[in-house]
Design a protein around this ligand. Structure first.
Ligand code: ATP
Ligand code: MN
Length: 430
């Protein structure tokens, strides 16, 4: 085997389909069949699948004998002649003149066919191999399109992309539990959100966005939570909840449009019927009446599903939540400490929360009062409060869970399907 030259003349399978005559392709053996005098291999690379066809006496004896000895998922290099073929997938096949095995795959521990019979936990144990599957690859090509479209949208709107620290000295929000880390002689934490930093940026450089990992030491083991996830965050200066809800609706529509346009094949592989979502605004009060909820309670998973039933293929913004249900940094209506309602919202899409956001408190005195009202000690938030003493405009923002959105767009029941290497309570490898 000549490793050095192997890849030099290699062309992608999608390119091979456009060629005539001799081609040199490499990839993974996807499938194989031997029917007496004729033997087939399906070869896969990231661009597609092509059939290699060997008819006895039309190819060398060596090749014919060898064709059905190559194990699935092994990597081979094939040089051969391209022929039209009505039966072959894509209408073309390669008649092999040379086949070299580049890397052997043996005794596969999981089923890597499209409709794998292996259960998810086992597939995740062998995620590197699970990623050979076109279905698995399709999910992450779509995820890549989602994050790319998110960036594109906000760059086109003049937002600045920012990189924020993931190590923090203390809780930014209260509530969710933090992972602690040894940091020299101190105990510090992994960030549960970039919240406070993006606010500082909105108060200096105005509109910003970031895509960054966050960690939550929540013990739950659900199909929509991870302990490490990635969030797509924005923060806007001189904005309230209406302005940022509008951006959220538009960016998700833009993302879905791009996925529909650029990931046709992936959607087909996944058998996903996707539509550009509509937008619906409902106040918390209206939602309580509509769903016959108990006033003062959060949306339950069932309530979120009901919203999807009533408004399918729609991003439902439930806005103007009671202050009591939102974090301390969400501004009460009209900036009044005794307002019952706030400028905070949740966005529900396909029956799950994809985002929370709202207008923030930019007035130090109001922030102190709100912290006390929430039973928190303003002293513990001194540097955060002080950051608003040097010219802080009203500002608002939100955060979309990247894996959550990928899960919904690719129609997966478990969020672990939408993260390459999940970190949950029990999983740290691979
Ligand atoms: P939920 O109510 O669904 O648990 P949350 O209200 O605790 O989420 P936020 O702090 O509002 O979460 O985070 C913003 C977004 O990040 C959520 O709307 C969701 O899309 C996503 N997200 C939150 N927590 C997780 C998690 N543990 N795993 C994956 N994604 C998450
Ligand atoms: Mn939320």
């Amino acid at each position: 085997m000549n490793l050095e030259n192997l890849h030099k003349n290699r062309i992608m399978i999608s390119e091979a389909f456009k060629k005539k005559g001799k081609v040199n392709v490499s990839g993974w053996v996807y499938d194989g069949r031997a029917l007496g005098k004729i033997k087939f291999l399906l070869l896969r690379d990231k661009s597609g699948i092509i059939q290699i066809t060997a008819v006895k006496d039309k190819v060398t004896e060596d090749i014919f004998n060898f064709m059905d000895k190559i194990s699935r998922e092994s990597i081979i290099n094939v040089v051969g002649t391209l022929k039209d073929s009505k039966q072959a997938p894509g209408g073309k096949e390669i008649i092999p003149e040379k086949i070299e095995v580049v890397s052997v795959a043996e005794n596969l521990p999981i089923d890597v066919s499209n409709f794998s019979k292996t259960e998810l936990p086992k597939r995740l144990d062998y995620r590197f191999l699970d990623l050979h599957r076109r279905r698995t690859q399709a999910i992450f090509r779509i995820q890549s399109e989602i994050s790319m479209s998110f960036r594109e949208y906000f760059y086109s709107k003049g937002f600045m992309e920012v990189q924020l620290p993931s190590i923090i000295s203390s809780s930014s929000e209260g509530g969710t539990e933090l992972f602690s880390v040894n940091y020299f002689e101190k105990k510090v934490y992994l960030a549960q959100s970039p919240q406070l930093y993006k606010q500082m940026l909105a108060c200096s450089v105005e509109n910003v966005f970031t895509i960054a990992p966050v960690w939550r030491a929540e013990k739950h083991n659900t199909v929509r939570h991870l302990n490490e996830s990635r969030q797509m965050d924005i923060e806007m200066a001189f904005a309230g909840q209406e302005e940022v809800m509008k951006e959220l609706g538009e960016v998700v529509q833009y993302i879905v449009k791009n996925v529909l346009k650029k990931c046709k094949e992936e959607l087909e592989i996944l058998e996903v019927k996707l539509k550009v979502p509509q937008i619906k605004y409902l106040s918390y009060d209206e939602t309580v009446k509509l769903l016959k909820m108990k006033y003062g309670e959060d949306l339950s998973p069932e309530d979120e599903k009901k919203l999807d039933k009533k408004f399918p293929d729609t991003i439902v913004f439930v806005h103007s939540w009671p202050v009591s249900l939102k974090p301390f940094y969400i501004i009460p209506k009209d900036g009044k400490i005794d307002s019952k309602l706030s400028e905070g919202f949740d966005a529900i899409y396909k029956g799950l929360e994809i985002s929370s956001g709202g207008q923030r408190i930019h007035i130090p005195e109001l922030l102190e009062k709100m912290l006390k009202k929430k039973g928190l000690n303003p002293k513990n938030f001194k540097s955060y409060i002080d950051s608003f003493r040097f010219g802080a405009p009203p500002h608002a923002g939100w955060s979309i869970g990247l894996e959550r959105l990928t899960q919904l767009i690719t129609d997966q029941t478990n969020i672990r399907e939408a993260v390459l290497f999940p970190r949950d309570r029990d999983r740290l490898v691979p």
